[in-house]
Design a protein around this ligand. Structure first.
Ligand SMILES: C[S@@+](CC[C@H](N)C(=O)[O-])C[C@H]1O[C@@H](n2cnc3c(N)ncnc32)[C@H](O)[C@@H]1O
Length: 238
């Protein structure tokens, strides 16, 4: 875990460059759309693994209030700059420093695959959600494409590549069944799982343009080719 934290501290100052261009904005916006479609608008949200606060900002733009938590102090610093009115906390997903039933909504984007104990994280999510509150987790899924990513990232670390996410972190990429099972075991009901993102921002320009065109078709008809899995659920009303 220390290694993940160090990595994100090291790349915190360049993280937003990744999402500044058209492709990055589109990619992150698309994931955020999927996450928003599962969550109530206008509530109080906790974003776990919030990074530089991209989704905290989005949730506020949609009329809600939001706070973020991240293991990397460097990323949290950028979150505070992006959304000075929101609270940003340094901490780990498995031990949330919040009281029971504090939030209407929980989100986690592109961070779940790093969490060594996902059961503990989801137990904590359940605890801090109000009855009837909703959770959405979007993370890299296991596909024919992403099964190679950890190997590529391990090689990247060996040759000293300083790029967002590049390193040997023992990430786990989830199948639909795995993530749905974890949500149900944690006690969430109405569990939904969808796939999103065929146009990954790491693709070369012309391939990205093509992938973006066919993305709606892939998500609808060939979902197992999409890069991310987005799981949603609700804490029972009590
Ligand atoms: C790829 S970034 C995603 C950041 C942000 N959610 C976004 O969508 O831009 C992954 C983030 O997860 C954080 N992270 C990794 N493991 C974590 C853990 N166990 N607890 C909290 N945050 C964690 C990292 O520090 C990093 O900021």
């Amino acid at each position: 875990m220390k290694k993940v934290q160090q990595h994100y501290d090291e790349i915190a100052d360049i993280y937003d460059d990744r999402y500044d261009g058209n492709r990055g904005r589109y990619y992150h916006g698309h994931i955020s759309d999927h996450v928003m479609s599962v969550l109530p608008r206008g509530g109080f949200l906790l974003d776990i693994g919030c990074g530089t606060g991209l989704f905290v900002e989005r949730y506020i733009e949609e009329g809600g209030r939001a706070v973020g938590l991240d293991i990397s102090p460097g990323m949290v610093r950028h979150g505070r700059q992006r959304c000075p009115e929101s609270g940003f906390f340094v901490g780990t997903a498995e031990v949330l420093p919040f009281r029971d039933a504090a939030f209407d909504a929980l989100a986690s984007l592109l961070a779940f695959s790093y969490v060594p104990d996902p059961e503990a994280m989801l137990r904590e999510c359940y605890r801090v959600l109000k009855p009837g509150g909703r959770i959405a987790v979007c993370t890299l899924s296991r596909t024919v494409f992403t099964s190679l990513v950890p190997v590529i990232y391990q090689v990247g670390e060996k040759v000293g590549l300083k790029k967002v996410g590049v390193g040997d972190f023992g990430e786990h990429y989830y199948t639909n069944g795995e993530i749905a099972g974890l949500f149900r075991e944690a006690g969430f009901e109405g569990v939904s799982v969808s796939r999103c993102s065929f146009a990954h921002l790491n693709l070369a320009d012309p391939v990205f343009a093509l992938a973006r065109k066919v993305e709606p078709f892939v998500e609808e008809n060939l979902p197992y080719l999409a890069y991310n899995v987005c799981a949603g659920g609700k804490k029972p009303e009590g």
